[in-house]
Structures are given as structure tokens and as C-alpha cells.
Design a protein around this ligand. Structure first.
Ligand SMILES: *[C@@H]1O[C@H](CO)[C@@H](O)[C@H](O)[C@H]1NC(C)=O
Ligand SMILES: *[C@@H]1O[C@H](CO)[C@@H](O)[C@H](O)[C@H]1NC(C)=O
Ligand SMILES: *[C@@H]1O[C@H](CO)[C@@H](O)[C@H](O)[C@H]1NC(C)=O
Ligand SMILES: *[C@@H]1O[C@H](CO)[C@@H](O)[C@H](O)[C@H]1NC(C)=O
Ligand SMILES: *[C@@H]1O[C@H](CO)[C@@H](O)[C@H](O)[C@H]1NC(C)=O
Length: 400
């Protein structure tokens, strides 16, 4: 009994000291501000035995590769955790689920390559702000993250920072399980377009930052997607806009949009004559969209199709001549047979010709032409080479 009491006492003493009074190695603990700081201490893992009073935990500039499922326990006072620049590459399932009051999580400046689908799950969805700026290692990690955002039950999330991640595309529906999201930062990525459906489900969005990406223009899909967001604040500055006719739809959108866009920073990067010109208010002629230009474009396509047609016809002609050449013996035989046949009928046609041209007949002119042509065909068959045949026909017909 005595021993048990002594152990209990010692246990309480130890726990009290460990959790409330002592500070983990490499860290500084501030009971008054209820914060713990472990800054650039080269820690290989997250510190254990963080005092229970802590509300804010700042662990930055260390060498922590992995956040384990049990990295944080018994810390239900914690509301803010800053884990930036720790080289974290892996987040296990339920990494933060013991932190039932966690509102602010900063994972910026890490190299998250493996994110468990339930890494961000916390009972009661307390998380309001998640900073993943410069934290997503590559495209596979983005896919992992998309799953984690979906499975994490982050219904309370208000702010999400995904800036500086080299993102080239966003999976459609990536944010659809964040129904209360208000601010989405996607600046300093490599986005060139936005698929339709990318922002579906984010019905409470108030701020969307797409500045400093790789947008040259916005296609109809993207504009439609942005239009669905209504009159929110959208930052679109510092993109390499190319002010050619293709940007027309975007200029019209800027002209008419209800959204609160940072139009002052939305400027052309090229062509040279429009460098730094503000996009909103640009006229159709300024971006080279006037009718003659479109005419030239159609002319060019027409010319191209004519050239193509010519090539095809030329090819067909060559094949035809080649076939003729291969059949030259048969042809010669056929011509000789025709010539003999023509010689036989020539006299008959001659006779009909004389009847047809008789001035007493008035309705025979067509058959007379036919006769002349056929007669001349026979004459050619009897004597002439190929080309004079046509000329012969013409001469005789026009001579009528
Ligand atoms: C949280 O803080 C309160 C008040 O300071 C304290 O009584 C409680 O023990 C703390 N919780 C933990 C898990 O230490
Ligand atoms: C996220 O973290 C980065 C780097 O620490 C910081 O610059 C940025 O302002 C943070 N984002 C938000 C929305 O506070
Ligand atoms: C992303 O990085 C991880 C870890 O280095 C690697 O296994 C994976 O193949 C990479 N994925 C892509 C798409 O590059
Ligand atoms: C933009 O992102 C890159 C990483 O992709 C980062 O190195 C750079 O500091 C960021 N620039 C700004 C202005 O945030
Ligand atoms: C945008 O608006 C300006 C005037 O507000 C107008 O002159 C211009 O033609 C419009 N641009 C387009 C592409 O319609």
C-alpha cells in the first residue's frame, strides 16, 4: 500500500515536472504565453513531452523526416502548430488527430512526398487554416494531398495556402470537400489553365489568388469556372498574358465581370507594342481582332486547302498516267481495233452528216454536232495523235 502510494506520488511528481515544468531538449517553453519553440535545433524527430499547457507549438528549421501517428499526444490545449522548414517528407495516418483543438497548421517549406489519405483527419474538424506553401514535393504528392483533403473531413477549413508548389494543374473537384473554404491561395505556381469543376463545392469562397502563375490567356472553360464564383475577390496579376486575339474572351470577361479583380496588375507581357498595357479596356483592334485579320486567316486556310486539293489531283493524275503507261500495249491494240471499226462506219456517218446538214431540216442541229464530233473522233482514230483530237473537234464544231 505504502509502495503504491509512493509510486503514485512519484508518478504525479514526474508527470507534473515532465509535462508542466520541464521543457523538451532543444526547445524553449514559455508558460506565460503558453508556447513552446524548438527552432533550428537540428531535431531528428518531433519533441516528446511537450508541456500540457502549450497552446502554440513552433518547431521550425529542424531535420524531421516524418510525422508519426503518435507524434502528438495529450495536447488538447494546442491550437496552433507551426512546422515549417523541417524537411518533412511523410505524414502518417491521423498525424494530428490527438490535437482536438487544432485550428492553425503550418507545414510550409517542407517536402511532403507521402501523405496518408487520413493524415489530416482530426475528430470534430477543428482545423481552420492549413498552410502548405512550398510543401508539396511533386505531382504524386498532389494526388495524395487531394485524397487527404477529401478524406480528412476538413469541413471547418477556412484558409488553404498551396502557393509555391509548381502546380501545373489542379484535379477537378480538388476542393469540393472543403465546403466552408473562404480563402484559397494558389499564387506562385505553374498553372496554365483551370479545368471546369476545379472549384466546385467551394460555395463560400471569398478570395482566390491565382497571381504569379503561367496563364497566357484564359479559355472559355476557365472563364466560366471563374464566373461561377460570383462577385468574390480574384487575384490574377503577374501572369505572362499574351495580348493577341486569343485573349479577347478574357478582355470581355474583365470588362464585364462582377468579380473584384486586381485589374491594375493584369497586364500584357507580349507582344512588344502592348507590353505592360492593362488588359481591361483593351479594344478589339488593339489586340488585333479586327475583321481583315480574320479575313486573312480564312484566306490562308482557303489557300492551304487549294494547295492540298492541287496536290491530291496531281497525284491522282500521275497514278492515271502510270496506269496508262503500264497498259500501253493493250491500249495500242484497242486503238488499232477502233481505227479499223471507224474506217468501216466512216462512210455511214458521212452519209448521215450530209442528211443532217441539209437546210430543209430545222431540228437536227444537236444530232448534227454529235455527228461531227463522232466523225472527227473516227477521223482521229484513223490518223491522228492524241492531242490534236480535241482541237479537231473544236475546230469542226465552231466552224458549224
Ligand atoms: C490545458 O490547460 C488547462 C488550463 O491551463 C489545464 O488545466 C489542462 O490540464 C491542460 N490540458 C492538458 C492536456 O494538459
Ligand atoms: C504560409 O506560409 C508562408 C511561408 O511561411 C507565408 O509566406 C504565407 O504568408 C503563409 N500563408 C498564409 C495564408 O498566411
Ligand atoms: C514523387 O516523388 C516520389 C518520392 O521521391 C517518387 O517516388 C515519385 O515517383 C515521384 N512522382 C512523380 C510523379 O514524379
Ligand atoms: C515561389 O515558389 C518557389 C518554389 O516553387 C519558391 O522557391 C519561391 O521562393 C517562391 N517565390 C515567392 C515570391 O514566393
Ligand atoms: C472593353 O471595354 C472598353 C471600354 O470600356 C471597350 O473600348 C473595349 O472594346 C472592350 N473590349 C472588348 C474586347 O470588348
Amino acid at each position: 500500500m505504502c509502495i503504491f502510494v509512493a509510486f503514485t506520488f512519484l508518478g504525479i511528481l514526474f508527470c507534473g515536472r515532465g509535462q508542466s515544468l520541464e521543457c523538451p531538449f532543444g526547445c524553449e517553453c514559455f508558460a506565460i504565453t503558453r508556447s513552446v519553440k524548438c527552432v533550428s535545433a537540428d531535431l531528428p524527430t518531433l519533441p516528446q513531452s511537450i508541456p500540457g499547457y502549450a497552446r502554440t507549438i513552433i518547431v521550425t528549421g529542424n531535420n524531421i523526416q516524418r510525422i508519426e501517428a503518435d507524434s502528438f499526444t495529450q495536447l488538447d490545449n494546442v491550437t496552433n502548430i507551426i512546422l515549417s522548414n523541417n524537411r518533412i517528407s511523410e505524414m502518417a495516418s491521423h498525424s494530428f488527430s490527438a490535437l482536438i483543438n487544432l485550428r492553425f497548421l503550418d507545414l510550409s517549406g517542407n517536402q511532403l512526398a507521402l501523405i496518408h489519405p487520413q493524415a489530416l483527419s482530426i475528430p470534430g474538424s477543428p482545423l481552420q487554416e492549413l498552410n502548405l506553401s512550398c510543401a508539396v514535393f511533386n505531382f504524386s504528392a498532389l494526388t495524395d494531398l487531394t485524397t487527404a483533403l477529401r478524406w480528412g473531413g476538413l469541413r471547418g477549413l477556412l484558409r488553404l495556402d498551396l502557393s509555391g508548389n509548381n502546380l501545373a494543374l489542379l484535379p477537378p473537384g480538388m476542393f469540393s470537400h472543403l465546403p466552408n473554404l473562404q480563402q484559397l491561395f494558389l499564387r506562385n505556381n505553374s498553372l496554365v489553365m483551370v479545368y471546369s469543376g476545379t472549384f466546385s463545392g467551394t460555395n463560400n469562397l471569398e478570395l482566390l489568388d491565382l497571381s504569379n502563375n503561367a496563364f497566357r490567356t484564359f479559355d472559355a472553360d476557365t472563364l466560366q469556372e471563374l464566373g461561377k464564383l460570383g462577385n468574390i475577390r480574384i487575384l490574377l496579376g503577374e501572369n505572362p498574358y499574351t495580348c493577341s486575339c486569343e485573349i479577347r474572351a478574357f478582355v470581355i470577361w474583365l470588362n464585364e465581370s462582377k468579380a473584384d479583380v486586381d485589374v491594375e496588375s493584369v497586364r500584357c507581357t507580349s507582344p512588344k507594342k502592348l507590353t505592360d498595357a492593362q488588359l481591361r479596356g483593351l479594344g478589339e483592334d488593339a489586340i488585333g481582332c479586327v475583321a481583315p485579320v480574320q479575313g486573312e486567316v480564312t484566306d490562308l486556310t482557303l489557300q492551304t486547302s487549294y494547295v492540298f486539293l492541287g496536290l491530291v489531283l496531281g497525284f491522282v493524275g500521275m497514278v492515271f498516267l502510270f496506269v496508262l503507261y503500264l497498259n500501253r500495249k493493250g491500249m495500242k491494240k484497242w486503238i488499232i481495233e477502233m481505227r479499223d471499226a471507224c474506217r468501216d462506219v466512216l462512210a455511214g456517218y458521212h452519209y448521215r452528216y450530209e442528211i443532217d446538214t441539209d437546210p430543209r431540216r430545222t431540228s437536227g442541229s444537236i444530232s448534227s454536232d454529235v455527228c461531227v464530233i463522232r466523225k472527227s473522233l473516227c477521223r482521229y482514230m484513223a490518223y491522228g495523235p492524241i492531242i490534236p483530237m480535241g482541237i479537231d473537234i473544236l475546230l469542226i464544231c465552231s466552224g458549224q
